[in-house]
Design a protein around this ligand. Structure first.
Ligand code: PLP
Length: 376
């Protein structure tokens, strides 16, 4: 049987076994609605509170600053739209041209309602420099939203510096940290951010659950109106099992953070040095400061989509830097934003390794790429 190699951990991750086991009681036995006053709901309610405390302690927040959502997309939409709608003077939101579409499309939605949005551009390494923010920000800026690390090329942003500039102008600062939470150390007070988005399935939790950190005192509109869940800011019956498992997944990842990082960086270095040894020319995107395991590689004059499909036939799951429809190969907005030449952009793939990948996986990936790229 063909061995399967999963190397698309930036798309989603395998669930942590402890996190999975932690879900079960809240689906089968303790299935009470956490908002009900009777004793059958006591345990689900307590479990949500404990999960809130655990998650808060993992990122240096207060429990009441953690608001549960359905994942990264909702957290981003809430941060962008909730801030704009709470502001009655139509002040400007500043974001970047290479955000995830959850931020970009939320910004386009508020623009359609006449809320002004300005876009910053990363440099060729995929970094938003403090100078770039200084060029855009004014005392009329409402919100600055910059992702912690880019999901296609892995580049980590100077969030602390950018946040300090935003605060000098009394703007609110949000970061989409969906790719980073559970993979690098995050302390919201050290960074200074006012809001931070996270998603459980990116750190070995379940799909369809996440959170938005909202610093105490930050003004924001409710995301969903209805019941009083999440302090009346995000109505809807809580996803108890998902929330509980998200807390366990994050706690487990944070407990083994250093070990996981070292493991993934070791695999990453092995992959890159093996590719160099066998003489396959490539360009690595994202500069020198990238998230562990996110490896964006461009092969000049090659076709990233074709590489993806041929790797798939060998049982290896990776991703590309370009989205293809039946007519056009469109270069991703991220690769366009860093001004990668077309012949490199079209030949771009993203390999994203996680804590469950092995040396054998790397050998299989290198062997696959060699087979595809060694001969024209
Ligand atoms: N933001 C970033 C940077 C992401 O990588 C993703 C998912 O790929 C999202 C937001 C959306 O998260 P979710 O899948 O939980 O909606």
């Amino acid at each position: 049987m063909k061995r399967l190699v999963y190397a698309d951990n930036a798309a989603t991750t395998q669930m942590d076994t402890k996190a999975f086991e932690a879900m079960k009681p809240y689906l089968l036995q303790e299935y009470g609605n956490a908002s009900q006053p009777y004793s059958f709901s006591r345990q689900p309610k307590k479990a949500i509170q404990e999960a809130r405390e655990t998650i808060a302690s993992c990122i240096g927040a207060l429990p009441e600053e953690i608001l549960f959502t359905s994942g990264g997309t909702e957290s981003d939409n809430w941060a962008i739209k909730g801030t704009a709608f709470r502001n009655y003077n139509y002040r400007t939101t500043i974001t970047t041209a290479f955000e995830h579409h959850a931020v970009l499309h939320a910004c386009e939605a508020i623009e359609r309602l006449k809320y002004p949005v300005a876009y910053m551009w990363p440099d060729k390494n995929g970094t938003i420099t403090p100078d770039e923010l200084a060029r855009h920000i004014t005392d009329e800026t409402l919100l600055v939203s910059v992702m912690y690390a880019n999901n296609e090329i892995g580049s980590i942003q100077p969030i602390k510096e950018l946040c300090a500039i935003a605060h000098e102008h009394r703007a609110i600062f949000h970061t989409d940290a969906v790719q980073a939470v559970g993979h690098v150390k995050i302390d919201v007070n050290d960074l200074g951010v006012d809001m931070l988005s996270a998603s459980a399935h990116k750190f070995n939790g379940a799909k369809g659950v996440g959170f938005l950190y909202i610093r105490k005192g930050t003004l924001i509109s409710a995301y969903a109106d209805g019941g009083v869940q999440e302090r009346g800011l995000r109505a809807g019956t809580e996803n108890v099992a998902g929330i509980v498992s998200m807390a366990i997944a994050l706690k487990e990842n944070i407990k083994a953070l250093k070990e996981n990082q070292e493991h993934v960086f070791r695999l990453e270095n092995k992959l890159l040095s093996r590719l160099s040894e066998i003489g396959i020319p490539f360009v690595r995107n994202g500069g020198d400061h990238t998230l562990p395991g996110i490896i964006s590689l461009s092969f000049d004059g090659r076709d990233g989509e074709a590489i993806l499909h041929r790797m798939d036939l060998m049982g290896i799951s990776i991703s590309t830097g370009s989205a293809c429809d039946s007519k056009n190969t469109e270069i991703s907005h991220v690769l366009q934003a860093i001004h990668l030449p077309d012949s490199l952009a079209k030949g771009t793939i993203r390999i994203s390794l996680g804590k469950n990948n092995t040396e054998d996986d790397v050998d299989a990936i290198v062997a696959g790429l060699k087979k595809i790229l060694a001969k024209r």
